[in-house]
Design a binder for this molecule. Structure first.
Ligand code: GLA
Length: 470
């Protein structure tokens, strides 16, 4: 299991309810949360206390374990992770908090502090049926199934309250990886109670498998940054494992004189999974096409050092899903892929090939303090995501265009999977507030509403925060 941010075991004699009523405890909790949340720890302490109170109402008084996992914003490296490429995400101080107590009857009971996410319960087994498609509990079901397969006898069950979005956490569909944060925190809890001590690579794989259970053929970026986050740093991650199954990572300090703003388009397309999986399929067809000339490759990353001009002619401009399957270019089942789908293979591969190079260049530019170069790479990454990967929306375009013209901004791009979600804006510290106002005004003129923009405060790695004994 990854290094936990175990602040310490709270050997408190107060129950969660008492804790909520006790100002001294609140102050103590604030101090304990400081390494995780910095100057936000007092607000977070109130959130934790509220969570404990609600957990008591849900599960009754008694001991509780607090696990958390941060969401992320991706600086650069979009749709490269499932191609074994490079990414550079940053963990946010916005996280999913789980308040948990183990059970002995192989039942998981789930509640969510946000009333729109209904309660759910399931029996733990190695084959857990999904709730309805899109149901939030599926991420926990996926995690429980994976842990049950690893430790069929050890695993028991749990009562669990999830504390996500408003006002401090992650909104679903904002592209800040709340789903992975939920999966990671649930897997942490389940592995903990099953007595499993997993290395990060295996832990990440389990979380990724849990998300495949839900249906998205995603990569490993979100899970890795959640586990390995360091405040004030991005994480450079090479998503291609070495022969021992290890991944190369490097924590990269963020430039102190600059601020990252996150502008939420407020748009979340409902068919992200289908569109996402179409891009995954396009990349796989690209690999299968290239394999004719480059036998043995398994991912687009494997042709990273071959000039794009040499690769492009081997890639079909576009191909229908049925033809791809019957001609042996797509041999795996991809959920959500329809027979009528047309896959834009060459453009997708062009994005991935160039994006990997951009991540390497951004790393070098950050190392040398060349922030203007970082900004130019963000702009280029956005153009590629829009034109080649086709994942932008009108609202995202408004945000990027207005940010690019705002004072002090060195670069802006769509961040996350796409089809809505958020834009990342890199701006000189002293002009961040002004730039945010300019972006909001432009968006208001174009779309009739003011978008939420907030500064990216970095977060700490996922882990067990504390236990509270009754
Ligand atoms: C989602 C997936 C990630 C990654 C991004 C796009 O967040 O979960 O694995 O593919 O999209 O970069």
């Amino acid at each position: 299991m990854p290094n936990h941010n175990v602040i310490r075991n709270r050997q408190s004699t107060t129950s969660p309810v008492d804790l909520a009523q006790n100002g001294a405890e609140l102050a103590g909790l604030t101090a304990e949360l400081a390494p995780l949340y910095g100057d936000q720890s007092a607000v977070q302490a109130e959130r934790y206390v509220d969570a404990l109170t609600q957990f008591s109402a849900f599960a009754g008084p008694g001991p509780a374990w607090l696990f958390r996992a941060p969401g992320r914003v991706n600086l650069i490296g979009e749709h490269t992770d499932y191609n074994n490429g490079f990414v550079m995400p940053i963990a946010l101080d916005r996280d999913i908090l789980l308040v948990v107590r183990p059970r002995r009857d192989r039942t998981v009971r789930l509640a969510n502090i946000e009333p729109e996410f209904e309660q759910s319960a399931f029996t733990v087994s190695e084959e857990i049926p999904q709730a309805s498609p899109g149901h939030w509990s599926n991420y926990v079901r996926g995690a429980a199934q994976m842990i049950a397969r690893l430790a069929p006898d050890a695993f028991t069950g749990m009562d669990c309250l999830a504390v996500g979005a408003a006002p401090l956490g992650l909104a679903r569909g904002s592209g800040l990886s709340s789903s992975s944060a939920l999966t990671v925190s649930a897997t942490l809890a389940l592995a903990h109670f099953a007595g499993l001590n997993l290395p990060p690579e295996q832990f990440v794989q389990i979380c990724s498998d849990a998300e495949w259970y839900v249906g998205t053929r995603g990569g490993i970026m979100d899970q890795f940054i959640s586990l390995l986050a360091r405040r004030d740093h991005a994480l450079f991650l090479d998503c291609r494992p070495d022969v021992n199954g290890q991944y190369a990572t490097r924590h990269v300090p963020l430039p102190a004189a600059y601020q990252i703003l996150i502008a939420d388009s407020g748009v979340h397309h409902s068919n992200v999974r289908g569109e996402y999986n179409k891009r995954v399929a396009s990349c796989r067809i690209g690999v299968a096409s290239l394999r004719r000339k480059h036998p043995g490759i398994t991912h687009l990353r494997d042709v990273h050092s071959i000039p794009w001009g040499e690769l492009a002619p081997s890639l079909p401009e576009q191909i229908g899903a049925v033809k791809a399957a019957t001609s042996g270019l797509l041999d795996t089942d991809i959920p959500g892929l329809e027979p009528a789908d047309v896959l834009h293979v060459r453009a997708c591969c062009r994005h991935v090939w160039h994006e990997n190079h951009r991540v390497e260049q951004a790393l070098a530019a950050l190392d040398s303090g060349d922030i203007a170069a970082v900004g130019a790479l963000l702009q280029a990454a956005h153009a590629s995501a829009r034109d080649d990967y086709a994942i932008s929306t009108p609202e995202i375009e408004t945000l990027v265009a207005s940010a690019s013209a705002a004072p002090g901004v060195v670069g802006a791009r769509l961040t996350g999977a796409g089809w809505g979600g958020c834009v990342l804006v890199l701006v000189r510290q002293e002009e961040a507030v002004h730039a945010a106002g300019v972006i909001q005004n432009s968006f208001l003129s174009a779309h009739g509403r003011v978008p939420t923009i907030f500064p990216c405060r970095t977060g700490a790695a996922a882990g067990l925060v504390a236990t509270v004994d009754a």
